[in-house]
Write a protein that binds this ligand. Structure first.
Ligand code: SF4
Ligand code: SF4
Length: 55
């Protein structure tokens, strides 16, 4: 899971993550790879489609 540079730091994905794996660093959201279980629930909440599943 990763968040690209189009993220504006709105914080919606932070609240959507059941494991609290996403945090805001200034105006960019960052996913902790150690915590994330790839459940993908954060993808749909991003209004900018800035969250992507790695292949
Ligand atoms: S994929 Fe799931 S666990 Fe990972 S950051 Fe998104 S909501 Fe959180
Ligand atoms: S929902 Fe999208 S724009 Fe908002 S903080 Fe998360 S990745 Fe960034």
């Amino acid at each position: 899971m990763y968040i690209d540079e189009t993220c504006v730091g709105c914080g919606l994905c932070v609240e959507s993550c059941p494991l609290e794996a996403i945090s805001l660093v200034e105006i960019q959201a960052v996913i902790s790879k150690e915590i994330c279980i790839e459940c993908a629930s954060c993808i749909d909440v991003c209004p900018l489609e800035a969250i992507h599943q790695e292949d």
